[in-house]
Ligand binder design. Structure first.
Ligand code: F6R
Length: 603
């Protein structure tokens, strides 16, 4: 898990490289480094810590040059140290590489390189790459051939960018890890993700697994592993550079919470026509022959999958959700009537990709529900449906969750009609309510009392989140968000489960957030009373119209009275704000919580 970047131009590359690395920090931020060719050799600067620490170490003139590569790291092999930070060089310092992914056979490669006299300076798997290329250059191979031949030795998943001293180009490749090319006016770029260079160009080429590329200041050439030319289209991305900046908010997370009315409008735009859903590549009949749906996902996306499962089950469809890392190891039975949906914001989560692959290999049809066009999930699944939330930089997923669930409401309608031959029972009311959802979210954000409530009810003994039905998936999501950015203990429960054990943990210092959708109200109220009897305060998150719940609870956060299937999405926005304000009060690193990264490309 890391971000890699390169800038290939005729003038100084340092400034652009640092901007790109900053924009890639959501992929990892435990160490950072750059290498530039400056005419006198390759200059490498790297250190443990964030990009700002690297920047502080650099003196522009000493470290600038027209061609450079950069890296921001989230450790997999070797702890975050100066030595393990990328770029890595061979013995002679003439070959330098950055890498995202894992070289599975690195131990054997390293041993044989050491047997041949190569000396290593880090614990990383990456370091074998420059040594392998250096060896081939010394054997007399030209740069491109040396690079291709060395890559042929690697097993695992990787995106690599590599420079050779005196050669005005960057050599790169991808296999299982993302890599995109940016075509600029004055320079060309490579990066793990588009926001890295969006300030410099919006013209992008998405590389495919197995593509090798040579990028020069004015040109690029893509080939397959055998050196045959390959053509990939240049696309214009619609994201504005400002989309990837904080836009006046203190944190990306807060900005992204506030963006939800806009992102939700994008998600549903043009996809609802009266009682019908219009999903670009999914006309009626697309899912004829499907009889069972499985969701595979991780973290927040798993909670969105659970929400989708609940909807589909209610509509009579056989649906289940699986934690992707478990599914990959212990797959559920599938057949050619099974649709396996990978819910993944980034489209690059290794566990989810592996689960999808396992389903595909066993004959299931696969669909990626993702935010990233050109992501591995989108390209490797049979179908892809985009949630259109725009770039999400904060490590804690917020707007992508709302857009995932909104997209699942639409996809669920299409699936149900194709599988059962009938629209869902109250589809008109639900779709109308979905069209109003962006306005409702706006209302929640404008009127939220989450800041004062999170201050008033900060517990000393953990925080619980409870709900029933689809509100259970939001209870889990509310707890995940809270623990992820506050570092405080938080748990989500099905409301009826508390009395089967977890109630023992409840004290007067355990605030409990109870999510009410308007369904099963009496049962939820009983659960609230059980909690209050143990002295814990309960904060209801529910429409104002749910008066008996709001009257029972100690405190309440109101949400608009949307369709009961959608109320939990609104409650989730309140819980995002609760987590945000609690973490802000505790002065946590909200956008980059400790030990976490935005895109988890390791298993
Ligand atoms: C939590 C969070 C993670 C991700 C998970 C899956 O706020 O963002 O739990 O949801 O790592 O990521 P994607 O959706 O990219 O597959």
């Amino acid at each position: 898990m890391c971000g890699i970047t390169a800038r290939i131009g005729n003038d100084g590359s340092l400034e652009d490289l640092l901007v790109s690395l900053k924009n890639l920090e959501y992929r990892g931020y435990d160490s950072a480094g750059i290498a530039v060719q400056n005419g006198a050799g390759i200059e490498v600067s790297k250190c443990e810590g964030e990009v700002s620490e690297l920047k502080a170490q650099l003196t522009a003139n000493e470290h600038d040059g027209p061609i450079g590569i950069g890296h921001t790291r989230w450790s997999t092999h070797g702890p975050p140290t100066d030595e393990n930070a990328h770029p890595h060089t061979g013995c002679e310092g003439r070959v330098t590489a950055v890498h995202n992914g894992i070289i599975e056979n690195y131990a054997a490669l390293r041993e044989s390189l050491q047997d041949r006299g190569h000396e290593f300076t880090s614990d990383t798997d990456t370091e074998v790459i420059p040594h392998l290329v250096e060896e081939r250059l010394n054997d007399g191979l030209e740069s491109e051939a040396a690079f291709r031949d060395a890559i042929g030795e690697l097993e695992g998943s990787y995106a690599i960018a590599l420079m050779i001293d005196g050669d005005p180009a960057v050599y790169a490749t991808r296999s299982g890890s993302p890599l995109v090319v940016g075509i600029g006016e004055d320079a060309n770029y490579l990066a793990s993700d588009v926001p890295a260079f969006l300030e410099f160009t919006d013209r992008v080429i998405y590389l495919e697994d197995g593509d090798d590329i040579v990028v020069t200041p004015d040109d690029h050439r893509i080939t397959d592993g055998a050196g045959r030319s390959v053509s990939r289209p240049t696309e214009t991305v619609e994201w504005e550079p400002g989309d990837a900046e904080k836009g006046g908010f203190d944190h990306y997370m807060l900005k992204e919470i506030h963006e939800q009315p806009v992102s939700l409008r994008q998600t549903i735009h043009g996809r609802i026509e009266g009682e019908d859903v219009v999903l670009e590549d999914f006309p009626p009949g697309t899912f004829d022959g499907i009889s069972r749906v499985q969701f595979v996902a991780c973290g927040t996306s798993y909670h969105a999958g659970m929400y989708g499962e609940w909807l589909l089950s209610k509509w009579g469809i056989d649906a289940n959700t699986f934690i992707a890392s478990e599914y990959a190891a212990y797959p559920a039975p599938v057949d050619d009537e099974t649709l396996v949906i990978g819910v993944t914001q980034s489209g690059e989560t290794a566990d989810t990709l592996e689960a999808l692959q396992s389903a595909r290999e066993r004959g299931a049809r696969t669909l990626a529900l993702t935010n990233v066009i050109g992501s591995t999930a989108a390209r490797t699944c049979d179908d892809a449906l985009f949630i259109r939330a725009g770039p999400e930089i904060g490590v804690a997923a917020t707007k992508t969750f709302s857009s995932q669930v909104a997209t699942l409401v639409l996809l669920g309608e299409r699936l149900t009609r194709d599988i059962t031959g009938e629209p869902t029972a109250d589809c008109r009311e639900r779709l109308e309510s979905l069209e109003s959802l962006p306005d409702h979210v706006e209302g929640v954000i404008e009127n939220s009392r989450a800041a004062s409530i999170s201050h008033r009810w900060l517990g000393d003994n953990g925080h619980f989140f409870i709900g029933r039905g689809n509100a259970y998936s939001v209870a889990l999501e509310g707890a995940l968000k809270f623990k992820e950015i506050t570092y405080e203990h938080a748990e989500g429960f099905a409301a009826g489960e508390l009395k089967h054990g977890p109630l023992a943990l409840v004290t007067s210092d355990t605030p409990v957030f109870a999510i009410g959708t308007g369904r099963h109200s009496k049962r939820l109220e009983s659960n609230v009373r059980e909690i209050q009897t143990r002295g814990a305060p309960v904060i209801a998150v529910t429409p104002r119209t749910a008066t008996s719940l709001t009257d029972t609870a100690d405190e309440f956060l109101s949400v608009p009275a949307a369709h009961p299937d959608l109320v939990a999405i609104l409650a989730n926005v309140q819980l995002q704000l609760i987590a945000y304000h609690a973490a802000d009060e505790m002065e946590r690193s909200i956008d980059k919580p400790r030990n976490l990264a935005k895109s988890v490309t390791v298993e």
